[in-house]
Design a protein around this ligand. Sequence first.
Ligand code: SF4
Length: 341
Amino acid sequence: MKIRIGNISIGDGEPIAIQSMTNTPTFDVEKTVSQINDLERSGVDIVRVSVPDEKSARALKMIKGRISVPIVADIHFDYKLAILSIKMGADKIRINPGNIGADWKVRELAKAAKERNIPIRVGANSGSLPKDLEGYEKRYVAIAEAALREVRILENVGFEDIVVSVKSSDPLETIKSNEYIRKRVEYPIHIGVTEAGVYESAVISSSFALGYLLYEGIGDTIRVSIAGNPIREVIVARKLLSFLRLRKEPRVIACPSCARAVFDVEKIAHDVEDKLFELGKPVTFSVLGCYVNGIGEGKSADAGIAGIDGDRFVAFKNGKILGTYSMDDLYYIVEDLIKEV
Ligand code: SF4
């Protein structure tokens, strides 16, 4: 099933969309717009913002006027805030109707969303299961069943513009829960590992769970949840999609380096990668610390360099050596190579 979120579509074979979330106070328009612009430059497709109060909901109108990616308003419990966010221009609402209360409130929210073609994301997290589902032996089933409950509430009021998400801080549980959901609903699924932790743990657990699910064909939008600067979430998500061949993105193949390396492989690989992402070029570039194996692993790259000695390196393009150059010119040559390919 295809769903429209602002100017993008998800589901039914559409490209997987990358989502991230701001960590600025939403009512602080300047800070929030600045962070969303940074996220846009990093390649985000959809941005979620918390809407804990009325001033945050009202800020959405000013924020919307200064960004071009779709914005999702994340709301807990308060259906009035959800309706206000829709009026202020939110492109999608994240709220669980099971927390809203009376049926008529759910109906009012569904009506407001329907009038403006705004989808609603519902779901469940391992950390906030309803009491009666907490005792389930298989927690992944409990998480999925909690999300299905939310889906049914919206369906019962005739609303089907739905995105579902089931998340756990345990990557295996996240996988199983999503597989369970996929067998039961056709709505697009947003996937992510919740509370994934600081950088290394977050990258490993998200790569495992999201990579596995996407490889199985499950997931229409993704978030790599990492504590701290959200820009890193987008970069990791782009790389993950690239490794899964779901996107063509910049890629640097770098040797691990050893005693034969004649330059700082890690630094140069980082610099090249930054440059490729800055230029937005889906180029594969190889950085090899020495020439002992010729251009070896670099043959499959679009271009690359390999050290000869402390003073010289070779540059190659499409598997062919272009020449030997002085280390003093390394960055000029790298930039030229990137531009050429
Ligand atoms: S390419 Fe050279 S420097 Fe890099 S790991 Fe291999 S032998 Fe070592």
